[in-house]
Design a protein around this ligand. Structure first.
Ligand code: ACO
Length: 401
């Protein structure tokens, strides 16, 4: 068997698609395996939630470009849209948003569990415990516990609650009364920083809202695929999101934001030289955090938007300037280095999102949980789509060593 025709005839159906050559294995072929450990060429589902154009650096949530969404939407309205609702249905959108804001509260049951967690735990592990606990709390809050979209709203709000409560515990602060008339971004920052007189809450909430939207969804990445794997096995949505959190924590994935922040801190503390730093990384065959992406072979649009936000320089914060200056030097070095050019390596969002978290005032250990407050919108949307599409249990194969 030597030609594509042979392969087609014996092993695969070819599926029509505008973007890809799609091969679907014919059923019941004995002993046919595709060896692809990184799943570079495997699609496990069809999805309408988001679309990435990796060659041109474009990202769309249900057909709308993120450039359009980031400027004039509330994060929860975007979550509503990602979940599959009609964004121009103002009445349903407002109801959804009001529901999520109502769910932004700390129940005594969740508080008791979170208070029992020993200090020193990583915020992402704290979040996974919190989200898993919600399955035993929902009966007190949800009118219809069979409605996945209601659970999704509850989880989106509670992810923000859990992340905020992590910060409060770390700083020996108490949960304060929420304001259901305010956005999630505002309520979150108000919990953390209401007692800091100089903190400009409305301005910071606007910035945080944009960062939330930019990271809300990103098709089949490692954590989303993990959420879908749990959904495929019939696992509940809380367990699926907790598993997504565990995957996201990894430093090649959402964990990179914390690593990049620590890198900036190291640069400033020891007055490091960017070229020496990158040379050392390459010499030791280590990865430069905040660069590279499986799908984009150009600038990631989210990183581009964040760089534009930083360049607009509305913040007048010297720390932001110091971080940005290192980021720009790294970008210049990577952009002119044969090693990175040959491999198509560009900045990814983690190079820059950590600068915004620094600006907001959260510690770098919390960067990944801040990203999870966004990404939970995508996770719940994918869980719901997977369940509704009734896809089979994910069961990869292995070859013998
Ligand atoms: N620094 C140095 N080399 C890199 C980097 C990097 N950041 N990224 C990729 N490479 C190199 C690899 O060493 C490899 O080189 P080789 O061909 O000589 O072996 C080549 O580029 C291809 O790398 P892969 O690992 O095959 O690429 P993959 O698509 O699997 O990896 C990933 C993507 C994991 C994001 C990678 O670029 C990376 O590790 N980046 C650093 C961590 C990071 O910033 N992660 C955040 C990603 S965005 C997010 O999840 C929110």
């Amino acid at each position: 068997m030597k030609t594509l025709e042979d392969v087609k005839q014996y092993f695969f159906n070819i599926i029509e698609d505008p973007d890809y050559i799609v091969l679907e294995p014919k059923k019941n072929i004995k002993n046919l395996l595709i060896l692809d450990p990184g799943l570079f060429h495997i699609a496990t589902c069809r999805s309408g939630i988001s679309k990435i154009d990796g060659e041109n650096g474009r990202l769309y949530y249900r057909g709308i470009s993120i450039e359009k969404l980031v400027d004039n939407q509330d994060f929860i309205d975007v979550a509503f849209y990602i979940i599959g609702e009609n964004i121009s249905d103002a009445q349903s959108k407002d109801k959804f948003n009001a529901n999520v804001r109502k769910y932004f509260c700390l129940s005594p049951e969740l508080k008791a569990v979170l208070d029992s967690i020993p200090a020193g735990i990583h915020p992402m592990s704290f979040a996974a415990i919190g989200i898993t606990t919600l399955s035993s709390v929902e009966s007190k809050y949800l009118e219809n516990q069979d409605d996945l979209k209601e659970k999704a709203k509850f989880i989106i709000a509670q992810m923000a609650v859990i992340a905020a409560y992590y910060y409060l515990k770390l700083h020996n602060k108490e949960w304060i009364k929420e304001d259901a008339d305010q956005s999630i971004a505002y309520n979150f920052l108000n919990q953390l920083f209401h007692d800091q007189i100089k903190y400009d809450l409305p301005v910071m909430s606007k910035i945080f809202n944009k960062v939330l939207i930019l990271h809300a969804e990103h098709d089949q990445n490692c954590s989303t695929a993990t959420v879908r794997a749990i959904a495929s096995a019939g696992g509940d949505i809380y367990s699926a999101v907790a598993a997504g959190i565990a995957a996201f924590k990894g430093n090649l994935h959402g964990g990179a934001s914390q690593n990049v922040a620590e890198m900036y801190e190291e640069f400033l503390l020891h007055n490091l030289d960017v070229n020496d730093y990158v040379n050392e990384k390459l010499k030791n065959k280590q990865r430069l955090m905040g660069f590279g992406h499986r799908i984009y072979s150009c600038w990631d649009p989210r990183a581009k938007i964040m760089l534009n936000m930083l360049n607009a320089n509305e913040f007048k914060d010297p720390m932001v300037d110091a971080y940005k200056s290192i980021a720009l030097k790294l970008i210049a070095r990577v952009g002119s280095d044969e090693f990175f050019i040959k491999r198509g390596i560009y900045p990814n969002p983690d190079l820059l999102n950590c600068i915004f978290y620094k600006l907001l005032g959260v510690p770098s250990s919390m960067n990944t949980v801040m990203l999870a407050v966004s990404r939970v919108a995508g996770w719940v949307a994918h869980y719901i789509e997977h369940v509704n599409d009734k896809l089979p249990i994910m069961r990869p194969c292995q070859l013998q060593k």
